[in-house]
Design a protein around this ligand. Sequence first.
Ligand code: WTA
Length: 663
Amino acid sequence: MPAEQSSSPALENLSEETRTFPPSAEFAAAAVAGADVYERAAADRLGFWAEQARTLDWETPFTTVLDDSAAPRYGWFTDGRLNAAHNAVDRHVAAGHGDRVAILWEGEDGESRRVTYAELAQEVARAANALTALGVGTGDRVAIYLPMVPEAVVALLACARIGAPHSVVFGGFSAEALHSRILDAEATLVITADGGYRRGAASPLKPAVDDALAKGGTAVEHVLVVRRTGGEVEWTQGRDVWWHDVVPQASPEHEPVWVEAEHPLFILYTSGTTGKPKGIFHTTGGYLTQTSFTHRAVFDLQPETDVYWCTADIGWITGHSYVVYGPLLNGATQVIYEGTPDTPHRGRWWEIVQKYGVTILYTAPTAIRTCMKWGEDLPAGFDLSTLRVLGSVGEPINPEAWMWYRRVIGGDRTPIVDTWWQTETGAIMISPLPGVTAAKPGSAQVPLPGIVAEVLDDAGAPVDHGQGGYLAITEPWPAMLRGIWGDEQRFADTYWSRFPGTYFAGDGAKRDADGDIWLLGRVDDVMNVSGHRLSTTEIESALVSHPWVAEAAVVGAADETTGQAVVAFVILRGGEEVVDRPEGEDADERVVATLRAHVGTTIGPIAKPRSILVVAELPKTRSGKIMRRLLRDVAENRDVGDVTTLADSGVMGLIQQGMAKPS
Ligand code: WTA
């Protein structure tokens, strides 16, 4: 059984969970996915995906569906050529939908903008011309570090239009994290903004780009800067260029660069089990096929009437697949909101749902649990009656949060889709289908049509119903990652070696008595905090990079709101080389504050530990391995489990005494 199971919120109530919510007859009759979709996909899996791929425009139609000759580096639709931006935008204009609103943008400060498909097409073409004029060629990498403004969507699509893979770095990452990602991808251009609005204030972004580039070693020639906040920015002549000086002036005519289906579309860094983030890379044809199919089927999208809203930031895969590519490929009208849910008040999200008549809402369990804490009076103050499908992503959703989401936000009538997938899978893999599947609170339930997933035991055999094990994807899928940028070996080792030939997801899972799949959290050293992936090792190396720290161990402890929280244990250095360390009564508190801030600058504020405990020793096996399981017990206030394999069994007593003190 995976070790992490005990800390998973999905486990509460698991044994008693028997409620199901079958779709209403009315919903079922109109379901976009169609009642026979599973049978069709099962009868001819590759034919099913080919049919989905043909819903896109191909400049050169494909004849090969799956190329498995270089597995696990699979290829899909390999002899076809297409362009992602053409499919996301121009195609809809050509079909007569140019006046349809693509983006209903809501700034945190109350500013708003509407962008139609025709306007978006022009803007993307102009930006593509501007990128070319700045020297970006097909195949060159572009780093994007932007807030949630319409230009972010334009920037991604402009890159795609010229076949320049984008590498989006979440705006909450530090200059150091940005630097390492720019270096790893050898990006030649960075697109950023002066800043964005968060929590009621302008939050600068450009300084982090300046700092990142000042660290040196990059291939960056230009920085293209969007003006959003109007704040002061430092300017490097010759390198920095204002977006408004080059994009509006560029021609709105642009011939897209038709690329092979396997041409890289983007790189997106995510945390793995080592300190170094992995550059997950995705290609074009298969990724677009699966993001568009899943966006249609899983959200029951009716592009003419729906108003869709996914609250994810473009810095994460959910923003790539379900803010940028999926919705636009399907010609949807969507809301994009710049800021935080509680600015200027805690009803902001519900006010937005009411203002735009949102019909489909896709968010994360951590946000739902936060709203639960704020109380149901808040959403009750707004008209949410337009909502008809609710989605959840990023971490297990516990049945209580699921029920609250359905009752309070969904008026007890909306289907909920709990969607399991990963940066690596590119698109949704396991989820109920609204109007087709009878939903079960807390379970992601069934692999989508065309996807084959299993729960395997240690030996790689499928588990029986009622049993737990490891989630694996046993057949290749169109949107699968094609590798880790620049590190083929790590790709093979991380995903394809645990069960040879089968994709190992790194998640624990269980099949219930009906065979439905329940996700139980990570089984490796990856934490999931508010739906964001963080690596224990990465935070440990950030801590030991501080001169006061000799050794550090980090665990993800269960947290009611954020799913998991980062808890760190550190041993401080002794001896003379330690300078400036606080002394006296509140020394530990001051050390802890400094170390939290240090993690914030090394990785980003999201990685700051909830608590840091200064300890004299860490629990280790006789071979010197830190026993994180025991630290997790401590962090979650549980009785400490079996300590017989510890080199020094007294260590845990000391740590527990320390934990009793506030840190
Ligand atoms: C977790 C986010 C349970 C899981 C799209 C996975 C989930 C990791 C769910 C990927 C879900 C995502 N139920 N767990 N519905 N969705 N996860 O790469 O542990 O940021 O491996 O992709 O999030 O996180 P990532």
